[in-house]
Design a binder for this molecule. Structure first.
Ligand code: SF4
Length: 477
């Protein structure tokens, strides 16, 4: 199983507009969801795929738009989770007449149940997206209808998925898993002549399209000559929207599940201030960039000055990249090396540092050390996401449990003890984690309608309980 938390887009114009330039711009707006490879597919052609950032191929855009000119297209940006990216793993994939772009993680339900240690240590022989696409094509060869085929597939595979499909007749389809783990939205421009589906509304904004609504969990929509058609292929009692999207993954300008990500992050910061009111602090600084709205919310709530004490160097080789979604540890370290403290801001001060998450501890250790080096008197680290103690099997690349900073082999170890251990590990003077209830309240979605499995270890939302083992343990792969 190859894990992918990526970005997908699908565009159809009923007026014959060439949508390829729009697809490219939409993918650029989804770059934060995947920075390793990208691609687009149009009817009747093999998908075009490239490694690296979309912008790295800017010199090709005009020719690509001319050669691939089409009124229907799907696209994909890839955040792989295993080893180096290769072009074979880039998407969209094409199986028979069906092109597929996938955001999420899919695996056979039995494979997930037998999984140990975290996705990193699972067999990589085949792509989950390719397996799903082949199965869908096989099912449709027996009985037509993508919705019907998806309703069969959902019982055979576990995980999360948002799909954009391009069918042989030029129709664009989009489907979202019945728990709604990953976001997906529907929009339009030019009075509905151009219809768009995308992982996030940031992609709609980038091409001048308006957000109409979320694609509903368990819904498949078709954008084609007949306009917008919708079908429900699966129903679940409750949703499991990924809470991590709200603190880290999604673009701050996006609206998901009817909630502004930016405002949600600011409210999360204000909620954190109620939980940890460090009024004696001199200033509040964010870890750039995702934590900035939360730091602002925290500072405003307590009336403490907000400032930029850490600057991400955009001009270094990896400056524009997000460290967490880089697959290699040395690349993550390299990115964090270029988060630079501003001595004049932090020297001699008690600094509250707001971060969006603490996964391996790589960036926290580097940031605390850098602030100490710049003369900070006291460093209080507050994390907007609760302790991540379990792997994600629904599309986010958390490492095996043993690599998670907050993982504990002691089942009864208290949250306080875990927090103290992590605090000592990263070298901060104080560490405070948010909790699920506080986060959900700030977002404005009921806690029971969101996924917090990487914090709680309760895999009921997935419908399958993976076997756990740390790397090196007997049974770990
Ligand atoms: S386990 Fe965590 S990262 Fe994965 S879907 Fe659930 S909340 Fe999101």
């Amino acid at each position: 199983m190859v894990r992918e938390n990526c970005g997908v887009v699908g565009i159809f114009s009923s007026g014959g507009d060439n949508v390829v330039p729009m697809a490219i711009d939409a993918l650029r707006a989804l770059q934060h969801r995947g920075q390793e490879a990208w691609g687009i597919a149009v009817p009747g052609r093999a998908p075009v795929r490239r490694l690296g950032l979309v912008s790295a191929a800017a010199g090709e855009f005009d020719e690509m738009s001319r050669l691939f000119s089409s009124s229907a297209a799907i696209g994909h940006v890839r955040y792989s989770t295993v080893g180096r990216s290769s072009l074979e793993n880039a998407q969209p994939l094409k199986v028979a007449d069906l092109c597929v772009a996938h955001n999420g993680t899919l695996s056979g339900a039995s494979e997930v149940a037998a999984m140990a240690g975290g996705c990193t240590f699972t067999p990589q022989a085949s792509s989950d997206t390719l397996a799903a696409a082949r199965r869908l094509v096989e099912l449709m060869s027996k009985a037509p209808g993508l919705g019907r085929a998806l309703s069969v597939l959902r019982d055979e595979m576990a995980g999360s998925y948002c799909f954009a499909f391009l069918a042989g007749d030029g129709s664009v389809y989009a489907a979202r898993d019945p728990r709604g783990f990953r976001p997906m939205v529907l929009g339009s421009r030019a009075g509905g002549r151009v219809r768009v589906v995308a992982s996030e509304s940031a992609a709609l904004s980038a091409i001048g399209a308006s957000l109409e609504r979320d694609v509903r969990p368990g819904e498949i929509v078709r954008l084609g000559a007949a306009g917008l058609e919708s079908e429900t292929f699966a129903r679940e009692d409750r949703t499991a929207h990924c809470s991590f999207e709200f603190t880290y993954f999604a673009h701050p300008s996006s609206t998901m599940e009817g909630k502004s990500v930016y405002l949600a992050r600011r409210a999360i910061g204000a909620g954190l201030a109620k939980k940890f009111p460090l009024r004696e602090a001199d200033l509040v600084i964010p870890v750039p960039d995702s934590a900035r709205p939360a730091a602002l919310g925290y500072a405003r709530e307590l009336g403490i000055p907000f400032d930029e004490g850490l600057i991400k160097d955009r001009y270094s080789k990896k400056g524009p990249l997000r460290s967490f979604i880089e697959p290699r540890q040395d690349d993550r370290v390299e990115i964090n090396r270029w988060i630079i403290p501003i001595r004049q801001i932090v020297e001699g001060r008690h600094v509250v540092v707001i971060d969006d998450s603490l996964v391996r501890g790589t960036s926290s250790r580097a940031i605390v050390a850098a602030l100490r080096g710049a003369g900070a008197r006291r460093i209080s680290m507050l994390v907007t996401y609760p302790p991540i103690q379990h792997p994600c099997y629904a599309g986010i690349d958390f490492p095996s449990r043993a690599e998670l900073a907050a993982h504990s082999d002691l089942p009864d170890q208290s949250l306080e003890a875990v927090t103290e251990r992590v605090r000592a590990d990263i070298g901060a003077d104080f560490l405070g984690y948010n909790d699920a209830g506080n986060l959900a309240r700030a977002v404005g979605i009921d806690e029971s309608s969101m996924c917090f499995t990487c914090h709680t270890g309760d895999y009921a939302t997935l419908g399958v309980t993976p076997a756990h083992a740390a790397r090196g343990d007997p049974g770990a792969r």
